[in-house]
Ligand binder design. Sequence first.
Ligand SMILES: *Cc1c(COP(=O)(O)O)cnc(C)c1O
Length: 455
Amino acid sequence: MSDQTKFTLSENDIPKAWYNIQADLPFDLPPVLHPATKKPVGPDDLAPLFPMELIKQEVSKERWIEIPDPVRDVYKLWRPTPLYRAHRLEKALQTPAKIFYKYEGVSPAGSHKPNTAVAQAFYNKEAGTRRITTETGAGQWGSALSLACKMFGIECKVYMVRVSYDQKPYRRYLMETWGATVVPSPSPDTNVGRATLAQDPECSGSLGLAISEAIEDAVTNKTPTKYALGSVLNHVLMHQTVIGLEAQRQLEMADVEPDILIGCIGGGSNFAGFAFPFLPPKLKDKNHKLRVIAVEPAAAPSLTRGVYAYDFGDTSMMTPLIKMYTLGHGFMPAPIHAGGLRYHGMASEICELYRHGYIEARAVNQLTTFEAGVLFAQTESILPAPEAAHAVRAVIDEAIACREEGISRTIVFNLCGHGHFDLSAYERYLSGKMVDYELPEEQIKKAQESLPTVG
Ligand SMILES: *Cc1c(COP(=O)(O)O)cnc(C)c1O
């Protein structure tokens, strides 16, 4: 190994196909159920929301799905993304481990989310969609979709949770600069929004309510309108596999094989996109030495403390039922600063891989996460998004374990975004105002009382 720091590929090396893990799963995924009939949903149930190509991808068992050239052309604006060797972090930790990270923060939106937003906008354009609606919390997904829609000449309407709209305006300005219409949710633009405002004009909103508004808008608008989701679904996770496919080639350039892969999980898309392409040997042989670790916040610990049950994907019980590890759709996570990780459930593919023992999960607290984020910024210089700092925490812990055991392992993780829009969170940490949130077992039990009964 030389001292090389950055492993870069050329535009020709952008993957030509996404990897679809459904071809290689040694188990079936539980069917997704219709919320009213509790029968498996079919393509016709989803057709009002998504273009048919995406619905097909959702259930496809083809191992490789070709990436259309217009999508690869947009990817060229920032892909391939670099893989770095974290020499300075290794040195600070005095670890014999080799640490590498794939950096998705170089995208125009600053995270991995445009990888799927661009693909979704393309298939919508092909299907004649003129408008796309979506919800956003802190704005990562809304900004990714705004830029993707602009690339393909589609109107974009974003229902942004009111409290974020008011308190975190910078990603809103980014969305508006890319031409999207952003309204605070609840909004006067939908029936569900108007009804909520009539009861409480000051309502600060929730992600579940914003989803309801975006879906109502998509299915009722006279202009051909569809809805787009930024995580959780199979096709979204598949679009993200460009991350892992590139990383595999870059690790070959570095002449190493990973022992441990690490990513943070909110709905599961960046972790899946990074890790799934490495999984086939492990899916064939569970005793394969590769370890794959998903890191979640202790304040929203769906894999490590949730129950395995059918639940709604959203708080307002509009979506189909997904079998997953869930804290309950009524679960209200503490206001931790990693907004992208405050989800009550988890992607079905990730839940099944975890349940069958192919991947591990661990939960980390907020303060120790920011401590890791700051150490990373002070050594590698990149400021991690608070979500990504969860992965950094686990990486540091594994590297310290290597030091204590006197073993060199190759640890590779996905640095899924930068934290430039999250500086107020870093300010709270640095000024000592940040706190950890203990999650009482009763709160989880209570949220799970509302789980739907199935069958
Ligand atoms: C949205 C987001 C996440 C969480 O979503 P996943 O689907 O789990 O990847 C994590 N990190 C960043 C930077 C995000 O923007």
